[in-house]
Design a protein around this ligand. Structure first.
Ligand SMILES: Cc1cc2nc3c(=O)[nH]c(=O)nc-3n(C[C@H](O)[C@H](O)[C@H](O)COP(=O)(O)OP(=O)(O)OC[C@H]3O[C@@H](n4cnc5c(N)ncnc54)[C@H](O)[C@@H]3O)c2cc1C
Ligand SMILES: *[C@@H]1O[C@H](CO)[C@@H](O)[C@H](O)[C@H]1NC(C)=O
Ligand SMILES: *[C@@H]1O[C@H](CO)[C@@H](O)[C@H](O)[C@H]1NC(C)=O
Length: 212
């Protein structure tokens, strides 16, 4: 290493600038039918070529616990009393992110976005109110321009979301800076469900989402 100068990387990042406040029906009967409506909404918003059904996990799916636990990195939150999401969307396509944002708003549901699950407070997968998780572990493509080094954090399982949202302090930072210093483009889904890249979001927003 050492001699090649890293080229800027092209990163694939989906961020949502959404903060939802929630009001969830308290009776269990009405909340389960609300959940069914929410699932139906997700299906109708997913791209027809990328069905969302294989990306939806509720406590009734046998792999729900495994999917949830896989990215709980702070074991203080890996307990039976930790609040659990009523649903996890393991997005496989950008239209699934869009569906989660649009349907979460429509039904006033709290959404938590999880990338690598490394934040110490569990903010990406725990909430004090009923919530669902948009899990981004499948969307972690990171393309380099040319065969070069990408500065990153020390821990290999930190996700794309965390790295590009401001982390990425690592062994190469003295020479090359942080991961965020090397991002040349990003994709995000805004609150209206528009999928934007650097050009369409504009430099101000690009600056803001890359944590600089
Ligand atoms: C043991 C340990 C070692 C660490 N070492 C380093 C290190 O060497 N260098 C370093 O730089 N950092 C380090 N960190 C810090 C780590 O990089 C940050 O906590 C980072 O934010 C984690 O990213 P993540 O994708 O895994 O986190 P997550 O927990 O998935 O997400 C972090 C926050 O970003 C939000 N988020 C995640 N993805 C998205 C997205 N796609 N769109 C919008 N919001 C999103 C989440 O909701 C959450 O609030 C370390 C952390 C731990 C626990
Ligand atoms: C979880 O269960 C629901 C309802 O049975 C089903 O539609 C969905 O496809 C299942 N999810 C996965 C990932 O198999
Ligand atoms: C989290 O808890 C489950 C049991 O509830 C256990 O099977 C799993 O190994 C735990 N995860 C870790 C990383 O320890």
């Amino acid at each position: 290493m050492g001699t090649s100068i890293p080229q800027p990387i092209v990163a694939f990042l989906i961020l949502s600038a959404i903060v939802t406040v929630l009001l969830v029906p308290s009776a269990s009967g009405s909340s389960s039918s609300a959940h069914e409506k929410f699932i139906h909404c997700l299906s109708t918003h997913a791209s027809p070529s990328h069905p969302i059904s294989t990306a939806i996990f509720t406590p009734r799916n046998t792999s729900y616990s495994t999917v949830l636990q896989n990215y709980i990195r702070n074991l203080r939150f890996n307990t039976s009393t930790t609040p659990k999401p009523f649903l996890i969307v393991t997005a496989l396509h950008e239209s699934h992110v869009r569906a989660a944002i649009l349907c979460g708003q429509k039904y006033d549901l709290q959404m938590k976005i999880r990338s690598g699950g490394h934040d110490y407070e569990g903010t990406s997968y725990v909430a004090s109110v009923p919530f669902f998780v948009l899990d981004m572990f499948n969307l972690r493509e990171c393309r380099e321009e040319q065969n070069s080094w990408v500065p990153a954090g020390v821990c290999p399982t930190v996700g794309v979301g965390g790295h590009f949202g401001g982390a990425g302090y690592g062994n190469m930072m003295r020479k090359y800076g942080l991961t965020v210093d090397n991002i040349v483009d990003a994709k995000m889904v805004d609150v209206k469900g528009r999928i934007l890249d650097r050009k369409s979001m504009g430099e101000d927003l690009f600056w803001a989402i890359t944590g600089r």
